[in-house]
Design a protein around this ligand. Sequence first.
Ligand SMILES: [Zn+2]
Length: 133
Amino acid sequence: MSEPGGSVRRITPAVIEAKKRREREDAAKRLQEVVPDLSSLCLRIHDRADGLGALPLFYIRHVVIATAPALFELPCADNKCEEGGHDVTRPVMTGLRSGEPTMEGRSRCPGHRGDKPCSRELKYLVNADYGGA
Ligand SMILES: [Zn+2]
């Protein structure tokens, strides 16, 4: 897994996307402003691809309510994917605003690897708790 190139700093598409995502997150409203009674939030992400040799990926993201942005953009699991990622902000925020305890959905990556479309698809399950009383 060693990469040639010596001291050349490698800027991969994933690095660029992560930077842009952080900028959008910084610019977004805080989750607590939008959904003040939200007390905990957890996303279960299942990311898989059609292609052979692409490993499925499963992870759980615990959202820190105090500091989280009201923005849910998840990176594409393929670090060679360009302009990919999954913006699930709208369905998640709609669910949270109406006090849904669980939400689920799917998102197909809109990105590409070179001239081929990215084949990754993500399934998410959101669990939310509200109120501190
Ligand atoms: Zn992708």
